[in-house]
Each structure stands twice: as C-alpha cells, then as structure tokens.
Design a protein around this ligand. Structure first.
Ligand code: GLC
Ligand code: GLC
Length: 712
C-alpha cells in the first residue's frame, strides 16, 4: 500500500491533506480539507487511491505468473476490502474507506490508470469518472471518487481511512461457510475514524504524545538550525532509526536485511531518553541473538527476533556495541536491574544468563581474537562494512560481507581496538557499580594494555592507523599511496580519550582537519581508492567519493565532533556539526538534493563528480550519533551513571543557551552563560553552588531543579 493521487482541477479551490498514523492502531488517516475560495458555487471531484501489495514484498516483486492470478477484493457499503489469499492461509485483509457518499470507485489498476498511463495521470481522473471496476487478479488497488458541491466560501473535510485488520482464524468468514470476509470486527473501527471529530481527537493524541517525547530535551541556542534539529527533527529521526534500523525502506526495498546488531545498539544512543522501556526490550532482544562465543549475528529479523543466518556472524566490532547500548540505558534510567535479566544465546532455551554475563562475553570475544600486533582481528569487517580484508573476491555478485577467502588470522583493526578501549572502560564503570570490582579491574587493565598497543602499533606518526591487511601491511598510513588516512580510527580513538594525555589526540584531529575536512563534511579517507583492490574488498568497489570510498559518511562525522569537544575545541566541533546539519544545508538544496530536515547516510565526497549531493536519507546511524554529539558533548547536557552532567563545549562566540532536560523523572531547567572563552563550568543548583559538574537526582524527591552554569 502507499500511493496516493489527490487532484483538484479548478482555480480558487484549495485542498490540504493531513496524513497520520494514530497511536496504537493499524491505520493511516488522511484528512482532506477542501475550500471553495470563489464567489460562486463549485462542483469538484476528489479522487484518492492506493495500490495494494499482495502481502509478500519479495514475492510481489518477482512472481508475477502467480500473483497476477490471485488478487481479490470486496466492495461493500462503499468500503474497499483487499483480500488476496484470504481464501486460504491468511486471516488478514486491508480496507480503504471514505467518509462521504461515493460517486465511483475502482479496484483494478488497469481500469483506473488506463492504457499506457501512470499514477501521475490516471485516465479515469482525467475523464472525471471512476469506472466501478472489480479486480480479478492482476493488480488490485483502491480508488474512491467523491463529488462535492461547495457553496461560495464553503470548506468541507473528507476523511479517508486506510487500514489493516486480522480476524480470528475461526471467525474469518461471515456467513461461516462462505468466502466473504467477516467484517464485524472491523466495522466499528471504520465507523469511528471516519467521524471527523474522532479523527481530530486521534491527531490530538498523537500530537500530545510527540510533545511529551520531544519535551524531554528542548534547547534555545543562538542558532536556528541547531534548535530546529535538536528540538524536533533529529529526535524524530532517532525514533525512525530505532523502529526501522536499516531494514525495508525506499533505499533498501528488499526484506532480507533486518535489524543490524551494531546499528540497533548505536540507534539506542539517540533514542533511549524517549521511551526507555522500548530500549530495554530491544537490548534484551539483541542480547538474545548473541552467540555463546560472545560474537553476534550481524543482523536479526524483527518479526521473529532471530539472528539472520544468511549474513551470519564474524563482524568483530559487533559485540562491543551492546556494551555501549547498555551503558546508555543505565546512564539514562539508573535501572540496574536490567543487568540481572536473563537472556539466552542464539535464542536457545537453556542457555540463559544474566545480561551482565553477555557483556562479559562481548569483552572476552576480542581478547580471544587478537592478531600479530596484539590488535583485534577484524573478521569480515568492522564498523566499515566495506573494508573486507579477508574477502579476496574476484567473482561478480559475491557478497563482500559473507565471502571469506582468508583464514582471518592476520588482518587487524585499530578501530576495533579503540572501540574496545572505550567499551571496556564503560564496562568497568558498570561492573564497579554492580558489585563486580574484581571484573572492573580486569576490564581496566585490558583497556590500558590495548591503549598501549594502539600507541605502539596503531600510530602512524601523525595520526592513528586504520588497520593491518591480511599481509600485515598498514592501511591508513603515509606509507600507502591511496587510503593514507581514515576517519574511523582517528575519530573513535580520540572519542575514547586515547592520546589526550600525550598530544596524539590533538595531532590526529589536526590531521583529520587537514586531510579529510571538506565544506560538505568530513570524508571517510584520503586519497580515495581509484581502482578495485582485491585485498581491500567492497570499499574499493565504489567510484571515488561515493559511500565508503571517501564519501562523507555522515555517521562517523560526530565521532570527530565529540573528539574535538574532548580536546576542548568547541568552535571546531560546532563547525563540523553545521557542515552536515540538514537544516543548515537547506540554502544549498540544489547541491544537497535531499530533505533539509533529515540526515542522510552519505554526502558525495570531494573526489565525486557530484560533490555535496546527499543520498540515502532517514535510516542511518548518523541520527543517533549527531544527536549525542550536539546534545551531550557540544551543548554538554549528558546523562551519567550518577546524575546529569553539565559540560558544554560550545563555540567561543556564543553568549550561552538555555535547555530543559527531563532526566529520571525530574525536569532540569538549565541556563548556561558564557563569561570567558574557555570550557570551565561553575554550577549553581537551585541557588547553591556545587562542586564538580554532575547534578544527582534530588534526594528529597523534588521534580524540578534549576541549574545555572557559568562558563569561563
Ligand atoms: C551502513 C551499515 C552500518 C555500517 C555502515 C558503514 O550504515 O548499516 O552497519 O557501519 O554502513 O559501512
Ligand atoms: C553498508 C554499506 C554498504 C554495503 C552494506 C552491505 O550498508 O554502507 O555500502 O553494501 O553495508 O550490507
């Protein structure tokens, strides 16, 4: 389902449509408001149409020899019911209803569109009359026609309801021995929402729901783009990525992909404050797909909640993202009970262990898979799905992610090493607070050792190396002709705090600025790969400047922003933030060519002929990471295990900002005022100065706290 054509032919007639999905209903409501702005009466026709899919996205797109023979509909009391396969094993159907008396309908696509015409220009709409066609096979659709006589100045509202309904298996048909859909279950729902007042009330409930969600963090900064993205759109996109991960969308139209393990854990970072209970459930679902080895299925199918065997495991960064997802949940909620929840491995009954043990296995997974330099083996790929160092594929159509032609005992990832350091320190913080101080020491020792290994074997002199390939050669090194410097290891190592003490972090980010910064954002590496390298895999399959081959892969830009804040560089962090902020890019829409309120996965890099053009919007890890970068690190309003930390690293030119953050049920009203050019924070909480910059939830149960912070 999902295509609409609503036309109005006459000048002086205004039409507006509001579409929404009410809370807790399998419905989409369209409210069309039509006004006659002329001085005389008008008769107009309104057409609304949808195309029904036949319930199996994959099969619908391929198996025409069967599918063009099975389509069935019913049209009863003006409601169009789509019931393909209802006669056999399905007990669900779709319906499309309209609040007004109908002047016509169509359910057969051919009849509606006419020969050689598309959805942009259906023959019936051009002729002004639908044909009351009934689909028998071919492509079932739903189209309604309403004729309205509007007095001068009159406004009318029409409601369309598009929905999905499941019937109990033993009550599918009415009468029971017929082939007619039992509509008793759905009629009250249809009647309810066709009533304009009920539709308005459903919309108001939805609006109140979003006001509440977005109200959890609201800011008023000197910059309209920041306000617009933080207060509304970035948070909204975080909800979309949480719900859909990278699965079915306009940019991935199949159904095979499911939810990514690393993706979903990262998506939590920007979502957990909105509906923590759903984050909790997601964490336990993800943990239940973890393998006993501590590794993870790279993806799982959201409906069955089972790991996806087609892609399998062996992406060696995956397990650590679970630690970061859980850490974010604990910091937001303080709900330590989640660590004691039992979750199985690979969904196998009998293997259940507390979530804490899962995290422990994530940690061990890496230590059991170290390479020749003591760095983590990369496996099939790390965060960069396309750096496939064990693949060596020369066969077209091979999956770079699942084809493995090397034993994988040599290629190592400096990125995973940085991730390991970061995740292990989080895990130590968790273990210490959860009564496992012995474990905490062990996690910290391993993190320190890995940090040393990075400094010894993961440093190229001016920046962090990216990896060692399966011949033990450096990737992301000045020794290479192409791919000399990469963003992931530099961004993440600095985010993890590596090299803050010895100047490496500052050097690395200076090198990033010199080599990777462009006016459209930070590119993934430089120089781009100009040809296919068998030993590097998919990264070199893309033309230079696109996707993982030196595109501006937006997801990783915030790691550098966060890294800059760790260095105290508010101007640099914010500069990078604005370069990819969709709202700030609206002015260059003819270059950007993407929605000006949604992060895209990628903006073409400087090596691309279409430099600056964005692609693959909506479902990208950029949403969550940018939200964290701006909210928690630049604006510096950051949940911690022990309270809300206030540590802004904002541009030197900002006089300050205000914010409201609902944290563990308490509303923190925050006012930041800049009195000097630095990032030192002096906090006053409810009028009294406090030590440090973490504000614990009030011991006396107050529900509102007022914080003023002076930056100097
Ligand atoms: C896509 C994948 C993500 C991966 C990234 C870089 O966004 O969903 O898992 O990290 O590409 O390859
Ligand atoms: C990521 C990458 C993409 C690659 C895919 C494989 O999404 O962005 O380039 O093809 O992973 O699943």
């Amino acid at each position: 389902m999902g295509y609409t054509t609503i036309g109005s032919k006459f000048a002086g007639i205004e039409a507006h449509t509001r579409y929404f999905v009410p809370l807790d209903e399998n419905l989409e409501i369209w409210q069309l408001t039509v006004s006659n702005r002329r001085a005389k009466p008008a008769r107009i026709s309104v057409f609304a149409s949808v195309e029904f899919c036949l319930w199996d996205a994959q099969d619908d797109a391929t198996n025409f020899q069967r599918n063009y023979n099975i389509g069935e509909v019913e049209v009863v009391d003006g409601v169009i019911y789509h019931k393909t396969e209802y006669r056999e094993r399905r007990n669900h159907f779709a319906f499309f209803a309209c609040s007004e008396p109908k002047a016509g309908f169509d359910t057969a696509r051919d009849a509606f569109l006419g020969p050689y015409r598309g959805w942009d220009n259906p023959a019936t709409v051009a002729a002004g009359q639908l044909t009351n066609s009934i689909a028998h096979g071919w492509a079932p659709i739903g189209a309604h026609q309403v004729n309205l006589d509007l007095a001068a100045g009159e406004t009318r509202q029409i409601v369309f309801v598009l929905g999905y309904q499941e019937n109990p298996v033993d009550r599918k048909f009415d009468p029971p021995d017929s082939q007619t859909i039992n509509k008793k279950t759905v009629k009250p729902v249809i009647a309810k929402y066709l009533d304009a007042k009920e539709a308005d009330a459903a919309f108001d409930r939805l609006r109140a729901h979003w006001d509440k969600l977005l109200g959890i963090f609201q800011v008023d900064t000197p910059d309209a783009h920041t306000n617009r993205m933080v207060n509304i759109w970035n948070a909204y996109q975080c909800m979309a990525t949480f719900n859909m991960s990278r699965s079915a969308s306009s940019f991935e139209s199949g159904i095979g992909r499911g939810l990514g393990f690393r993706d979903s854990n990262q998506d939590l970072l920007g979502f957990v404050h909105m509906v923590p209970a759903r984050a909790r459930e997601r964490i336990l679902d993800l943990a239940s797909t973890q393998l006993e080895s501590g590794g993870a299925y790279h993806q799982y199918q959201p409906l069955t909640k089972r790991g996806n065997n087609d892609i399998g495991s062996g992406f060696n960064d995956d397990p650590h993202w679970l630690i970061l997802g859980v850490a974010a949940y604990l910091k937001e909620t303080g709900d330590w009970s989640i660590l004691d929840e039992l979750a199985p491995y690979d969904n196998k009954p009998g293997t259940e262990e507390p979530l804490y043990e899962h995290l422990h296995r994530s940690f061990r997974y890496t230590l059991e898979r170290l390479g020749p330099h003591g760095l983590p083996l990369i496996g099939r790929a790390d965060w960069n799905d396309c750096l496939n160092l064990n693949c060596f594929s020369s066969t077209p159509g091979n999956s770079f992610q699942t084809t493995t032609n090397r034993d994988g005992k040599v290629a190592e990832s400096v990125f995973i090493a940085g991730l390991f350091v970061h995740a292990s320190r989080e895990l130590a913080a968790i273990a210490g607070r959860h009564g496992h101080s012995g474990d905490a020491t062990c996690f910290l020792t391993a993190a320190d050792r890995m940090e040393q290994t990075i400094k010894t074997h993961g440093w190229d002199g001016e920046w962090f190396l990216r990896a060692y390939d399966s011949f033990g050669e450096k990737i992301g090194s000045k020794e290479r002709e192409e791919g000399k410097i990469f963003i992931e290891s530099n961004g993440f190592c600095v985010l993890a705090g590596i090299g803050l003490d010895d100047g490496r972090a500052a050097k690395a980010l200076a090198a990033v600025r010199e080599h990777l910064a462009t006016k459209h954002g930070l590119v993934l590496h430089q120089p781009a790969y100009t040809r296919y390298y068998l030993h590097l895999g998919e990264i070199s399959s893309y033309p230079p400047g696109y996707k993982e081959n030196a595109g501006v892969f937006c997801h990783v830009n915030p790691w550098v922003m966060i890294g800059e804040t760790r260095l105290g560089h508010g101007d640099e962090a914010y500069d990078y933030y604005l370069r990819i902020n969709p709202s700030a890019r609206e002015e260059i829409s003819e270059v950007h060519r993407c929605e000006p309120y949604v992060y895209a996965q990628m903006i073409a890099g400087k090596d691309a002929p279409t430099f600056g053009e964005a692609k693959n919007s909506w479902l990208t890890g950029t949403a969550a990471w940018n939200y964290c970068a701006i909210a928690q690190w630049i604006l510096g309003v950051r949940p911690t295990y022990d309270g809300l930390e206030i540590a802004p690293v904002i541009p030197t030119g900002w006089p300050g900002f205000t914010a409201t953050r609902i944290f563990r049920g308490v509303a923190y009203k925050i006012a930041i005022e800049r009195k000097g050019a630095g990032n030192r924070v002096a906090l006053t909480v409810d009028g009294a100065p406090i030590e440090g910059n973490i504000v614990p939830p009030p011991a006396d149960g107050r529900k509102e706290v007022s914080i003023s912070a002076v930056l100097s």
